[in-house]
Design a protein around this ligand. Structure first.
Ligand code: MN
Length: 214
């Protein structure tokens, strides 16, 4: 039986974290994680639902005068919802995230030569991305290999069709409470809480064209 993956219009939900708020300490504090999840991520979910419902209304009334605004809201909040959902699941308490899986390691070696080259390039991407940015390891289904992309404004796709696998939130709200302006410390410490089991799971889904949100 085919699983129904459709999320009805205007019914996106804030996913629960797969661990408690203090589970990622000392890398990410309970306080920072609560604000990030309950305020920032929640506002993307609310904004996405609102935009979708406003667009239903626009179609119903045949009034597309605010189409630019709602389409931007759709992109901005939809991207925020997807990226944050992935970010939560690809982290785990320090020491519980395992090591890169067989498929992950093979694909990383094929695409970047070695794990350490991948890690250096990914970290530097996260450290250098401007202001409201992300570093993202993506599966590009067009050329069937991995790539590292910097997401400078998360509503803008940087390679169409790419499926995000491992994402690192480099917006100030993700680290400022714990690290202030020391983004490099946040990025370097963050590797200790990567959930490699989830990375492997996501990569296997991506090969089938799927992007699970939980
Ligand atoms: Mn964020």
């Amino acid at each position: 039986m085919k699983q129904n993956l459709t999320i009805p219009i205007g019914q996106h939900k804030l996913p629960n974290l797969p661990y408690s708020y203090n589970a990622l300490e000392p890398i990410i504090s309970s306080f920072a994680l609560q604000i990030h999840h309950l305020k920032h991520h929640k506002s993307y979910v609310d904004g996405l639902n609102k935009a979708e419902i406003e667009l239903v209304e626009a179609r119903k009334t045949n009034d597309f005068s605010l189409i630019k605004h709602w389409t931007r809201e759709l992109a901005f909040n939809g991207s925020g919802h997807i990226l944050h959902s992935i970010y939560w699941t690809i982290m785990a308490p320090a020491g519980r995230g395992g090591n890169p899986g067989l498929h992950t390691l093979n694909q990383i070696n094929n695409s970047f030569g070695s794990f350490s080259s991948f890690q250096k390039q990914f970290s530097q991407t996260a450290i250098d991305v401007e202001a409201s940015g992300w570093a993202a390891l993506v599966w590009n289904p067009a050329w069937q290999r991995l790539e590292i992309l910097a997401v400078e404004k998360h509503q803008n796709l940087t390679q169409w069709g790419s499926i995000p696998i491992l994402v690192l939130d480099s917006w100030e709200h993700a680290y400022y409470v714990d690290y202030q302006n020391r983004r490099n410390e946040y990025v370097n410490s963050w590797w200790r809480i990567v959930n490699w089991y989830d990375v492997e799971r996501r990569l296997l889904f991506a090969a089938k064209g799927q992007l699970p949100l939980v």
